[in-house]
Design a binder for this molecule. Structure first.
Ligand code: B1M
Length: 211
């Protein structure tokens, strides 16, 4: 369907107006909401992630495309709920206690949403108790923590300890990232995934599910 290609291209260009108009037009033409989501919006966002990893796109282009995608998803959401389209899985994300930086975390959340995860965003300054309560309440498969300060990084270890104490550690895969965070730190604290950026976070989360 030509309209799906148009939406995908508009998303890659970060053209929010054309994405929303395209999604509305695709629905009018009778396209299945799941097809619009997968073949236009998610396909476009995957391409944006590839362009970022190839060094063609930078953070601003990715943010602009992610906003266009979210606007498209907002139009589709009621239709997807009506048709009971299931997400790949649920991810609870947040920036750890004491840390107010959220630009990178928001970007990671958008990329996860972009490849088909349902994202529950707890915001910033999130305590271990709040992370654990959300994992329990949402029955989430993933927990994604962000930290931008060396002083708040230990909050990630505290969350993992709290998950263990709550008997939930085996139920969730723990993903961490943020400028000062490294693979070595992830190994030290027993996190399952370290991702240096949004696209790799989305790719690694899918890989854990065997997708
Ligand atoms: Co802050 N800050 N800041 N700051 N700030 C840094 C982080 C700092 C490196 C600046 C510096 O000194 N050069 C420094 C930290 C030093 C350190 O600990 N080593 C610092 C400091 C010291 C502070 C304050 C303490 C300053 C003060 O008040 N004295 C204070 C702390 C407040 C607090 O949190 N309690 C503070 C405050 C702020 C602002 C509020 C002004 C603002 C934040 C606004 C906001 O986020 N809404 C701010 C900003 C903007 C920055 C810099 C300039 C930019 C951060 C950013 O948004 N980058 C930053 C310097 C820098 O990084 N160059 C700095 C863009 C973003 C897309 O990248 O967040 O790295 P990033 O996310 C990437 C990856 O890291 C990764 O993917 C993202 C996309 O590629 N990623 C994940 C992130 N989370 C992930 C999670 C994952 C996977 C990947 O899985 C779940």
């Amino acid at each position: 369907m030509a309209i799906l290609d148009d939406i995908r291209e508009a998303l890659i260009e970060g053209d929010l107006g054309s994405v929303t108009a395209g999604v509305a037009e695709a629905l009018t033409q009778g396209a299945e909401p799941a097809r619009i989501l997968n073949d236009a919006l998610i396909a476009g966002m995957i391409k944006v992630g590839e362009l970022f990893e190839e060094g063609e796109y930078f953070v601003p282009e990715m943010l602009i495309a992610a906003r266009a995608m979210q606007a498209g998803i907002a139009i589709l959401k009621p239709k997807l709920i009506e048709q009971d389209i299931k997400p790949l899985g649920k991810v609870v994300v947040g920036t750890v206690k004491g840390d107010l930086h959220d630009i990178g975390k928001n970007l990671v959340a958008m990329m996860l949403q972009g490849v088909g995860f349902e994202v529950i965003d707890l915001g910033t300054d999130v305590t271990p108790e709040k992370f654990v309560a959300a994992v329990k309440a949402q029955n989430a498969q993933f927990i994604g923590m962000s930290a931008l300060l060396t002083t708040t990084m230990p909050g990630m270890r505290a969350v993992i300890e709290s998950l263990k104490q709550a008997g939930l550690r085996d139920q969730v895969s723990v993903m961490i990232g943020g400028a000062p965070v490294t693979q070595k730190y992830a190994d030290d604290i027993g996190a399952d995934i370290y991702a240096p950026d949004g696209p790799s976070a989305a790719r690694k989360a899918k890989a854990i599910l065997g997708l």
